[in-house]
Design a protein around this ligand. Structure first.
Ligand SMILES: C[S@@+](CC[C@H](N)C(=O)[O-])C[C@H]1O[C@@H](n2cnc3c(N)ncnc32)[C@H](O)[C@@H]1O
Ligand code: SF4
Length: 417
């Protein structure tokens, strides 16, 4: 598995050098000149911990959570102050963990953020289904939130019990969502659970849209090595058949594919905290992607608070990209959105995409993975499945390794991927 990702990396970056993450941090982040900059804020607290979940989180305790939010405000100040005037950004996403656990301080976090940044395309928040109540939704709306992403996972109680979660009451969700409407309402589902059929997924997707969602994310179950997951993996052939049928079903209903695993029923309904050219991340485990570097904050809540109490940024690791590495990173996330626009690539890198990757693009077209529509490379369903299949290797070789180490060490020495 590691072999496939290493060979692909060497081929596409035209170099044997790995992605090298060092224990380095810079007091200044060069984001002032970045276009298409997004923001992400991580809230690493949950009421209970799900055994399959790889994200950075700890059990909720009020006192620790309050200290964390104080440190978060400090980090926003430290970074935000670096730009002159207010920096325009596309969006702000809150992820977790369970961001609703800080609903009472969301207004404070947002007004601190808006002191330095003007958000032009909306504010999104991830919710656990038990957060979807009129009082919580009203508090979010009042604070300026425009997009929700609800972690349903499945409406079928048998799959909730495989995941160790409680059944979700669809009627309750629908009532709350109808009482307090939002521009984008996305629901997350997990597919490739043991015994799960196309009919199970189709009924989940239909239920989501009927209950008030206008966007769905259908993620393949990933068995991270460092979690205590007790969910057996589905064989690849079966996974492929499922993904093909879900895709055909959603496209047949007229839903728009907004990324490899997401579909929307209404134009403009998008929820994506990853597919942005540049982003600044705040909070534990949050990543920052700029023109020449990628940074990731410490996963330890205590180390995070200590760094900020000392007036320092909580960066754990920094990757300084070679130009080719940056291109590969850019293309990986553009491809996740199922399209690569060569004009946008040229605007970002000042070089023609075809000059850098002409052979690969021709090969991908000849193999039926890509087609050109209005001057943009658009992934075919076959290309999307290949990407989905490859992304599994990437997640297990890169993310699994990096997060596995960062969960144990607040500031690891070096990681080579
Ligand atoms: C941070 S969680 C969602 C928000 C909220 N904490 C919740 O549990 O509902 C983000 C999403 O990641 C997905 N996810 C978590 N662990 C996963 C895994 N092992 N494989 C695939 N998707 C996973 C789930 O769909 C989940 O809704
Ligand atoms: S799936 Fe959600 S609630 Fe469960 S541990 Fe992960 S972040 Fe927390």
């Amino acid at each position: 598995m590691g072999g496939i990702t290493s060979l692909t990396r060497m081929w596409l970056t035209r170099s044997v050098n790995p992605f090298l993450f060092r224990n380095e941090w810079d007091p200044q982040l060069p984001f002032a000149g970045c276009s298409q900059l997004g923001l992400y804020i991580h809230i690493p607290f949950c009421r209970q911990i799900c055994h399959f979940c790889p994200y950075c989180k700890v059990l909720y305790e009020k006192e620790r959570c309050e200290r964390y939010v104080d440190a978060l405000l400090e980090e926003i100040d430290l970074v935000g102050r670096q730009a002159e005037g207010k920096k325009q950004v596309t969006s702000l996403y809150f992820g977790g963990g369970t961001p609703a656990l800080v609903a009472d301080r969301l207004g404070e976090i947002l007004s601190r953020t808006e002191r330095y940044f003007t958000i032009t395309q909306g504010i999104g928040v991830e919710l656990h289904p038990e957060n979807v109540t009129p009082p919580v939704l009203e508090a979010l709306k009042e604070a300026g939130v425009t997009k929700l992403s609800i972690g349903v996972q499945s409406f079928r109680p048998k799959f909730q019990s495989v995941l160790g979660r409680s059944a979700v009451d669809g009627a309750e969700l629908a009532r709350a969502l109808a009482a307090v409407p939002f521009e984008t309402v996305s629901m997350d589902f997990i597919f490739a659970l043991p015994g799960q059929t196309f009919e199970d997924l189709r009924s989940d997707i239909d239920a989501a849209f009927a209950l008030g969602a206008n966007h769905v994310a259908i993620y393949p179950f990933i068995d991270f090595t460092f979690t205590d997951s007790r969910v057996p993996a589905m064989p690849n052939g079966e996974k492929r058949r499922l993904l093909d049928r879900i895709t055909a079903y959603c496209l047949g209903k007229g839903y728009v594919r907004t990324s490899i695993w997401t579909f929307s029923s209404r134009k403009g309904a998008v929820y994506s905290s990853m597919t942005r050219t540049n982003f600044l991340g705040f909070g534990c485990s949050a990543a920052t992607l700029l023109e020449e570097q990628f940074k990731i904050n410490t996963f330890s809540v205590e180390a995070y608070c200590q760094r900020l109490a000392a007036g320092q940024l909580p960066t754990a690791l920094t990757l300084r990209f070679s130009r080719r590495q940056r291109m590969v990173y850019y293309l990986f996330w553009a491809a996740y959105g199922t399209r690569v626009d060569p004009r946008e690539f040229e605007a970002f890198f000042g070089e023609k995409l075809e000059k850098q990757y002409g052979l690969e693009l021709k090969l991908a077209q000849a193999l039926g993975y890509l087609e050109v529509r209005d001057g943009t490379y658009v992934m075919t369903p076959k290309g999307a499945f290949t990407y989905h299949y490859y992304e599994n290797f990437y997640t297990l070789s890169y993310i699994d390794k990096m997060w596995g180490i960062l969960r144990k060490e607040a500031f690891p020495g070096e990681i080579r991927l």
